[in-house]
Design a protein around this ligand. Structure first.
Ligand SMILES: [Zn+2]
Length: 378
């Protein structure tokens, strides 16, 4: 292990000095093409982040307690691509796949201290397809999915700024914008890049008509960070540094902690719990002759039992129920303990499976994490 670390450092030095270092007691080392090299980051002990978390530089704020139990899937972009000469590398060969992974590992260490439940889509330098990464998050039932990347641009080495990307358009999944906004805030405050883009939250359809593959496949609340530009020579060198990787992870952590502290709203289908509705179902509402759905709305805040929690914290005007994009009327009630939404299904609804979307915002204007429910009308 020690030998591996030494070689890592030597490779890094030879890259920086533009020459080859000879290990003692051996002949001259073969020339390493920096654009094909691996271990391009400055080596750090495995517990680098854990030793520093909680120090004055990386304190855990009290509001991070609201991350406890939140299921967060971190996706370090790329991997297993060192053999592709110059692929996703900075000017001296520092690899994006490596910086993405280390930031993800440090972010996991931070989130773990706060009690979040964290999984990485990859732990080592291997590639997984975008579909495999998304499937891991979908099948696990992650609350949040954060894809970690660093940006590149041809022939503009001076460019270096932060952006966070969401899928499709702004109305597609409002919670994606919440996540993106908080992540951006953390990166902005803690990376503190001097350059800024006017609108830092970007649609992935700006890049591809169908958006980014990873965001298209993932069905949970998701965003993709392009934290800074490794094609900027100064930024490339900073991104090799474990302290800088930890700084970035800390910014993401603070963003996620502030997001969780503002409450993560959820909707739960409670009637019928199995999602199967019979058209002959006898409705609970006397005046309505339609099968009904009942959802419980969790604002993500009331369960904290804080003073004032009996007051309504769902913004009434933000509630919307849709089937195939068509808004349905609903009844909303809040008895101080439980918020409920009752929906009479329209007569025109054909038998079969339907996707019901339930949207609302809590008082912090955070939207429902997973707003889509499949029901079957029989
Ligand atoms: Zn990338």
């Amino acid at each position: 292990m020690r030998n591996v670390i030494w070689l890592t450092v030597a490779t890094g030095l030879s890259g920086m000095l533009g020459g080859c270092q000879s290990p003692p007691g051996r002949g001259p080392a073969p020339a390493v093409d920096p654009q094909l090299s691996i271990n391009t980051l400055i080596a750090a002990p495995e517990d680098f982040a854990r030793q520093r978390i909680g120090s004055d530089d990386y304190p855990i704020p009290p509001y991070a307690e609201f991350l406890a139990g939140v299921k967060i899937c971190l996706d370090p972009g790329h991997g297993g691509d060192a053999h592709k000469r110059g692929y996703k590398r900075g000017p001296t060969g520092v690899r994006e796949a490596e910086m993405n992974l280390r930031v993800a590992q440090y972010l996991r260490d931070l989130l773990a201290v706060a009690g979040a439940d964290v999984r990485l889509t990859r732990e080592v330098d291997v590639d997984f397809s975008l579909a495999e990464r998304a499937t891991l998050a979908n099948e696990w039932g992650a609350d949040l999915f954060v894809s970690l990347h660093h940006n590149a641009i041809n022939n503009k080495p001076q460019v270096n700024r932060t952006s966070v990307w969401y899928h499709n358009d702004v109305d597609y999944r409002p919670a994606n914008l919440d996540l993106a906004r908080y992540l951006y805030g953390g990166l902005c405050d803690y990376l503190a890049l001097p350059q800024i883009t006017g609108v830092p939250l970007k649609s992935d359809q700006l890049m591809y008509d169908s958006g980014f593959g990873i965001l298209r496949h993932v069905r949970v609340t998701a965003a993709l960070c392009e934290s800074s530009f490794f094609t900027n020579p100064q930024e490339e060198q900073r991104l090799r540094d474990p302290a800088y990787n930890l700084q970035e992870a800390y910014g993401l952590f603070i963003g996620l902690a502030k997001y969780a502290a503002a409450g993560l709203p959820r909707a739960h289908l409670i009637e019928p719990a199995d999602g199967v509705v019979f058209s002959s179902h006898i409705p609970t509402s006397e005046e309505a002759g339609h099968p009904t759905l009942v959802f419980e709305l969790d604002d993500g805040l009331r369960s904290r039992k804080s003073w004032g929690c009996e007051r309504q914290m769902v913004l009434s005007d933000s509630i919307a129920v849709r089937i195939a994009g068509v808004e349905l009327p609903f009844e909303f009630s809040d008895d101080g303990e439980c918020c409920r939404l009752t929906i009479a299904l329209p007569d025109s609804l054909q038998p079969g499976e339907h996707s019901v979307e339930v949207q609302f915002q809590n008082m912090f204007k955070n939207s429902v994490l997973n707003p889509h429910f499949v029901i079957e009308l029989r």
